[in-house]
Design a protein around this ligand. Structure first.
Ligand code: ZN
Length: 330
C-alpha cells in the first residue's frame, strides 16, 4: 500500500495548549518568571537589559506583570520597532542607537527562549497526535512548525524519528521549522546550522558561542522574530523554505493547528499558497482553533471548503485530527 503525504502545520496556539504563552501575553508571562533585578549590573544581564529598554522607550514604570500587560504593546510590535530602527539605521532614544538596539534584540530573543523553556509543562497533545500519525501506514507526515519551542522535536527524538531536513530531505517523518528553533545556532563562516542539546541551548548570548565544525565564534541563534520586517537571510534556512514548498505541493490533506495566519507572516502565507498552486488543486484543509475569526480568515485566504475544530489542541482533538487525516481524500 502506498502512503499519502499529509501536512501538519503548527502555530503558537498548539504550544499554548502545553503551557507556552502566545504573542499577546508573552511579555507579561516573561515578567512573571524573569522580572528585572536592578541591583545587578545591567550591562551584563540580558534580562535587566530588555526591561530597562522597555521602561525607557515606552516611558512607563514596570513593577508588576499587570503593568507590563497594561503599559507595553505586544511582543510583535516591540520587535517591529526595534527591527525598523536597526534596518533603517535609526536611534530610538539618545541612548538606544542602532548598535545598542542590536544588543537589545539579542536580550529580547534570550528572554523569549528562557520564557518558553520555563512555561512549557507538558507534551500530551503533541504526543497523542504523533503516536497515531507515526503508527499509521497510510500517511507520510510532513510536520511544519512556526514555533521556536522543541516540544514536537523532543517527541520525535524520543522515537528516534527526528529529521529536520538538513541532511535527509526525503526521509519521513520530517519536521521543518520555518522560523528557526531554540536549539539551533547558525555559523556564518561554514553556513551551517548546529543542533544543540536541551542543556546547551544557544540563546544566552552573553557568551561567545563556538561553531562545532570550524571552532569560530561567528554563531548566532536561529530565530526569525515576530515582526513586520522578517529577515530570512540564513542560507540553510532558505533551503528549508524551498524544501517545504516542494513537500507541501505533494500533500492531499493539511491540518493547521493553532496557527492564525498573522498578517506579518506574509512569507508563510505565500509559501503555502504557492505550494497549492504548484499542485494545481487545493488539498483538503482542516483548521484547529478556538477562535472563530481565525476560521473565517482561512476562508478569506484559501477559499473553498474548510473543515474546522473549534476547541483547542488537546489529546482528544489529536485523535479527531488523526481520524480525519487517515480518511481518504474526497
Ligand atoms: Zn563554523
Amino acid at each position: 500500500m502506498t502512503s499519502r503525504y499529509v501536512g501538519l502545520i503548527f502555530g503558537a496556539g498548539a504550544s499554548a495548549a502545553e503551557g507556552a504563552p502566545v504573542i499577546k501575553n508573552f511579555l507579561q508571562k516573561a515578567f512573571e518568571f524573569f522580572p528585572p533585578d536592578f541591583g545587578r549590573d545591567t550591562i551584563d544581564d540580558l534580562t535587566n537589559d530588555i526591561w530597562n529598554f522597555l521602561i525607557e522607550y515606552y516611558n512607563k514604570p514596570l513593577r508588576t506583570s499587570q503593568e507590563v500587560a497594561e503599559n507595553i504593546p505586544a511582543l510583535d510590535e516591540v520587535f517591529t520597532n526595534i527591527d525598523y530602527a536597526i534596518s533603517n539605521n535609526l536611534s530610538l532614544t539618545p541612548f538606544y542607537n542602532p548598535e545598542r538596539l542590536s544588543i537589545v534584540k539579542k536580550s529580547l530573543i534570550s528572554l523569549i527562549c528562557k520564557t518558553l523553556t520555563k512555561t512549557i509543562s507538558s507534551s500530551n497533545s503533541y504526543q497523542t497526535l504523533l503516536n497515531g500519525v507515526l503508527r499509521s501506514r497510510t500517511i507520510s507526515p510532513i510536520f511544519i512548525s512556526l514555533n521556536y519551542d522543541c516540544i514536537l522535536d523532543k517527541c520525535l527524538s524520543d522515537c528516534n524519528k527526528l529529521n529536520y531536513g538538513f541532511i535527509s530531505p526525503r526521509t519521513f517523518p520530517i519536521l521543518i521549522k520555518l522560523h528557526g528553533s531554540l536549539n539551533w545556532s547558525y555559523c556564518s563562516l561554514c553556513e551551517r546550522i548546529d543542533i544543540h542539546n536541551e542543556d546547551d541551548y544557544p540563546f544566552d548570548t552573553r557568551y561567545e558561542l563556538k561553531c562545532s565544525l570550524c571552532g569560530n565564534s561567528f554563531t548566532q541563534p536561529v530565530l526569525i522574530t515576530p515582526t513586520l520586517f522578517k529577515n530570512y537571510d540564513i542560507p540553510p534556512l532558505k533551503q528549508l523554505w524551498s524544501l517545504s514548498l516542494n513537500l507541501l505541493s505533494t500533500v492531499d490533506k493539511v491540518v493547521f493547528i493553532g496557527y492564525s495566519l498573522p498578517e506579518n507572516d506574509v512569507a508563510v502565507i505565500q509559501l503555502i499558497k504557492r505550494a497549492f498552486a504548484i499542485k494545481g488543486k487545493m488539498p483538503e484543509i482542516m483548521v484547529v482553533d478556538k477562535n472563530n475569526d481565525v476560521f473565517r480568515r482561512y476562508i478569506k485566504i484559501f477559499g473553498g471548503q474548510i473543515a474546522g475544530i473549534d476547541y483547542g489542541f488537546s489529546p482528544e482533538c489529536a485523535r479527531f485530527i488523526l481520524d480525519w487525516l487517515k480518511q481518504k481524500p474526497k
